[in-house]
Unconditional design. Sequence first.
Length: 408
Amino acid sequence: MTDSGEVVAPGHPDYERLRLPALPNYHHIRPRAIVRCFNTDDVTQALAHARESGTHITPRGGGHCFAGRSSTNGIVIDLTPMNDVSVQDGMAVIGAGARLAEVYAGLDRHGLTLPAGCGPAVGIAGLTLGGGLGLLGRRHGLTSDRLRAAQVVLPDGAVVDCAADREPGLFWALRGAGGGQFGVVTKLVFDPVPAERTTRFVLTWPGTGARDVLRAWQEIAPDAPDELSANLKIDAQRVIVFGAGEPGDLVDLAPATSDISTMPYHELKQSFDDLGDLGPGPVTSRSEFFRRSLPDQAVTTLLAGLAPGRELNFTPMGGAYNRVPATATAFAHRAERFMIEHVSADADWVHRSWAGVHHHASGRVYPNFPDPHLDDPLTAYHGENLARLKDFKAHYDPTRLLNFPQSL
Ligand SMILES: Cc1cc2nc3c(=O)[nH]c(=O)nc-3n(C[C@H](O)[C@H](O)[C@H](O)COP(=O)(O)OP(=O)(O)OC[C@H]3O[C@@H](n4cnc5c(N)ncnc54)[C@H](O)[C@@H]3O)c2cc1C
């Protein structure tokens, strides 16, 4: 391994492995080159080359973007080698290429963690730049709410350290607008939280229980104590409520199986790594936020569409997520009760299922779950923060070096 960026082009022995993002939906895209970056200079040089040659360029952290935005036929800036995780003066200092499993393991050694997502190979950078929902989120907020500083290479090559008191506009915009908009983040500094022993629960019901559980979950989960994060997953065969915290009223819904135990937080996290894998092929997923419970008729319609290979995921919001004003950071979705995600290899069903409940939704969409099919995507992702974000885009990336469908 050298200390400078390594250019991996077609024909290189590592090309086929390195070019692949996480989602098979985008495995057909063949970059002209992947630049493996080991330090900030490597990123600066890759951006300079793109500027001078007019080549499309995109940063990649964990490669998990649902819309394939970290894939391009041009140049991929692969930040994977920049994956250091350390604790300095009580702050978590994390390289932008780190994956969540590395972040949790690195912080757990210090008895610390972050409110962040479940997928172990998801990148901390992509997750944070779009918000970051996870099992500690109702208690501690978004991953981006814990961000205290970041280092960014701007499209013009300038390296900027931003925080609340340094380049505050950029720091504001980085917290929730989604990745790849203003520059390439190379380092993230977070205020971590204690990694405490936590109650883990998995409650299951047969598929026939879906209606009752969903009706109750909509009322209980978004208003639960901050310590409880109860996610709901429904497929044709079964209903699962799982998460962290004391499940409280959810146990009164008479689950068929109930697994409740207390364990170190990092073990709890790992135990949910593989829940709900729909298999190795491409899947389509669409989601929206909701501010009100679905009426009974909508619940009936939603559940009637389920069949093997189709899945509905419900994520609770509320709690600390909603105690931050919508304009305090770029993440505008601070009044939502829950999110519904429709997932299947059967894209037609995903569209039908999404459309079936769309008129009950708030019209807002989580920037980390981008959806190429939205009519007005920028309003859906950014709400009242859109105008300010467009100004920052024009300021920091006037030539639109970082560009993708639905970018600011
Ligand atoms: C299996 C799976 C599990 C998930 N679980 C969760 C979850 O529990 N909670 C949750 O909130 N979300 C979750 N997500 C969504 C996830 O937050 C987004 O997909 C996120 O954007 C992934 O970040 P990444 O770095 O892995 O992806 P990438 O595809 O590498 O990046 C995503 C976007 O950010 C940009 N980007 C990446 N790195 C940088 C950088 N250093 N500087 C600037 N821009 C950058 C990319 O260009 C791209 O536009 C999950 C997604 C998947 C596929």
